[in-house]
Design a protein around this ligand. Structure first.
Ligand code: SF4
Length: 210
C-alpha cells in the first residue's frame, strides 16, 4: 500500500482511494501510461502477480482507516472487469464496511461483456454496490477507436457502446471519458456521448485516469 518499490494494490490521489487489481487489458492504447511509467503518484503499479480478493480487502482495510475518502475507484494499470469476480467481492465488502456514504466507481474500457461472456456485468456490479462507471471512449468510430486503443478483438467501439447502454439500464451512474489529444476528435466523441445520453468528461493527458 505504501509508496515505493513494492507494487501497490491500493494507492491514493487527493481524496480518492484507487484499486489496482490487474495489469491485464483487452486494449493496448498507444498512450497508456503503463507503457511509459512504473506507476503514478510515487506508487508502483506494476504488479508481480494479481492479488486475491482477500489481499485486496486486507490492503483496503488499512487504507480505509487512514482518513475519510470520497470515492473508492477500481482503476489501475489494467482493466478491472478482467477480474470481475474479485471486483464484485471487493465492492460488496466495501459497501458492507462503509455503508451507503462512499462512492464506488469502476473506471473501465467498456469491454466487460466481451471479457465475461454470459454474465450480466453491469447488473452484477450494481447489485454488488458499485455506484458509478467511467467508460473510456477514445474514438468516435471503429477506425479511430482501433487506431488509438488497439483492442484485441474486432468491434472494440461497439462493445463499449453496448456496455454504456447496459450500464445505464442497470441504474449505474455512467459517464464516458476521453483524453484530450490531437488523435481524439472531441466534438465527434461528444456527439457519440450525447447520442448515448451520458456526460462526457474530458481528461487531460495525466497518469491513470482515462
Ligand atoms: S484501456 Fe486503459 S489500461 Fe487498457 S491499455 Fe488503454 S489506457 Fe491502458
Amino acid at each position: 500500500m505504501s509508496r515505493g518499490e513494492k507494487p501497490s494494490i491500493v494507492y491514493w490521489l487527493d481524496d480518492n482511494l484507487y484499486l489496482n487489481i490487474t495489469n491485464r487489458c483487452s486494449n493496448n492504447c498507444w498512450f497508456c501510461f503503463r507503457n511509459f511509467k512504473q506507476g503514478v503518484g510515487g506508487f508502483n503499479l506494476k504488479l508481480e502477480r494479481e492479488p486475491t480478493a482477500a489481499e485486496v480487502k486486507a490492503a483496503l482495510e488499512s487504507a480505509l482507516a487512514l482518513r475519510r475518502w470520497r470515492e473508492v475507484v477500481f482503476c489501475g494499470f489494467g482493466e478491472p472487469t478482467a477480474r470481475l469476480d474479485v471486483l464484485l467481492e471487493v465492492a460488496r465488502w466495501i459497501r458492507e464496511r462503509c455503508g451507503g456514504t462512499i462512492t464506488i466507481r469502476v473506471n473501465t474500457n467498456g469491454h466487460g461483456y466481451v471479457l465475461n461472456k454470459g454474465r450480466e456485468v453491469a447488473q452484477e456490479m450494481r447489485d454488488a454496490g458499485v455506484s458509478k462507471v467511467s467508460v473510456s471512449l477514445n474514438g468516435h468510430d471503429e477506425a479511430s477507436y482501433a487506431e488509438n486503443c488497439r483492442p484485441m478483438f474486432a468491434g472494440g467501439l461497439s462493445a463499449v457502446l453496448d456496455f454504456v447502454k447496459k450500464a445505464k439500464a442497470a441504474g449505474l451512474d455512467v459517464e464516458v471519458s476521453a483524453v484530450r489529444m490531437p488523435e481524439v476528435d472531441m466534438e465527434k466523441v461528444r456527439e457519440v456521448a450525447e447520442a448515448l445520453g451520458v456526460q462526457l468528461r474530458v481528461r487531460e493527458y495525466i497518469p491513470c485516469f482515462w
